[in-house]
Design a protein around this ligand. Structure first.
Ligand SMILES: NC(=O)c1ccc[n+]([C@@H]2O[C@H](COP(=O)([O-])OP(=O)(O)OC[C@H]3O[C@@H](n4cnc5c(N)ncnc54)[C@H](OP(=O)(O)O)[C@@H]3O)[C@@H](O)[C@H]2O)c1
Length: 246
């Protein structure tokens, strides 16, 4: 296994948050299969069996512990990787939150703090810490898994789900603002909506309708990351390339 910042030269590098399962695990698998160096971060490597199996089989995959709500841990990981260019910083970690705790009459604002810390602050915290790594890479992309629920055009169509909607709205403005600040460094910031995907997060949302398999959605998101256009900078875009209006 390569040491931090010591991947073989000549192949692009992606850092993924929340790679223990769901979309994050699929991103790790598919980028590794495509020949990328993969820094796959997750809260509890010891219990991330599928991710560990991937790392055991693929020499270009490193698993690192990272809770995106932990300020010091995010900074410490960035320091360990200080010399490592990161072509795609994929801030994927997210939670839906418990539905009953974000419904009128039963709101629990401690749950709001938890969901915000992961979904909104987590993405910005990681982007802030790894900005120089992205700036010195060839591809220079910061991509978050966005949720249309954070856009007024979608989130206000139905009630409830407050903290998920609010956290994703905060995430959108954070990444949009970041884009304006880093465009002179040639960095592209974008949020990509992966569709409705059959993961734990989707089950937590209460959705029981049709959904994409995580492997299929991840492949579409990876293709979109490779084909980001200038008009998508600072915006939320669907995996198939449509801009989602606020
Ligand atoms: N599924 C969908 O339909 C859908 C739709 C739109 C957007 N998205 C977005 O896609 C992203 C991935 O979600 P998913 O659908 O793949 O859900 P998932 O299967 O529930 O995976 C969520 C991941 O986030 C990690 N995570 C949670 N809290 C964390 C923390 N504090 N620090 C680090 N990692 C943390 C989880 O790790 P643990 O194993 O440690 O809990 C897990 O690996 C999310 O940002 C979500 O909002 C998903």
């Amino acid at each position: 296994m390569p040491e931090a910042g010591n991947f073989p030269a000549g192949q692009p590098t992606v850092l993924i948050t929340g790679a223990s399962r769901g979309l994050g695990l699929e991103f790790a698998r598919q980028y590794a299969a495509a020949g990328w160096n993969v820094v796959a971060t997750c809260r509890s490597p010891a219990t991330a069996g599928d991710l560990q199996a991937l790392a055991a089989a693929a020499t270009s995959v490193v698993v690192e512990p990272l809770d995106v709500t932990d300020d010091a841990a995010v900074v410490a990981l960035a320091q360990r990787y200080a010399t490592q260019p990161i072509d795609v910083l994929l801030t994927n970690a997210g939670v839906y939150g418990t539905l009953a705790k974000q419904s009128l009459g039963t709101m629990d604002f401690e749950e709001a703090r938890r969901v915000f810390d992961i979904n909104a602050l987590g993405a910005l915290r990681v982007a802030h810490a790894f900005l120089d790594n992205v700036a010195r890479s060839a591809q220079k992309k910061i991509v978050s898994l966005g949720g249309g629920l954070g856009a007024q055009s979608i989130g206000s169509l139905f009630g409830g789900h407050y903290f998920m909607k609010m956290s994703k709205a905060a995430h959108l403005i954070a990444m949009g603002t970041l884009q304006t600040e880093v465009k002179d460094r040639g960095i592209t910031v974008a949020m990509i909506s992966p569709g409705r995907v059959d993961t734990q997060l989707m089950r937590d949302s209460g959705w029981t309708g049709e959904s994409l398999k995580a492997a299929d959605s991840a492949a579409l998101v990876i293709a979109r990351i490779a084909a980001l256009e200038p008009s998508m900078r600072g915006r939320l875009v669907t995996y198939d390339g449509k801009l989602i209006p606020w």
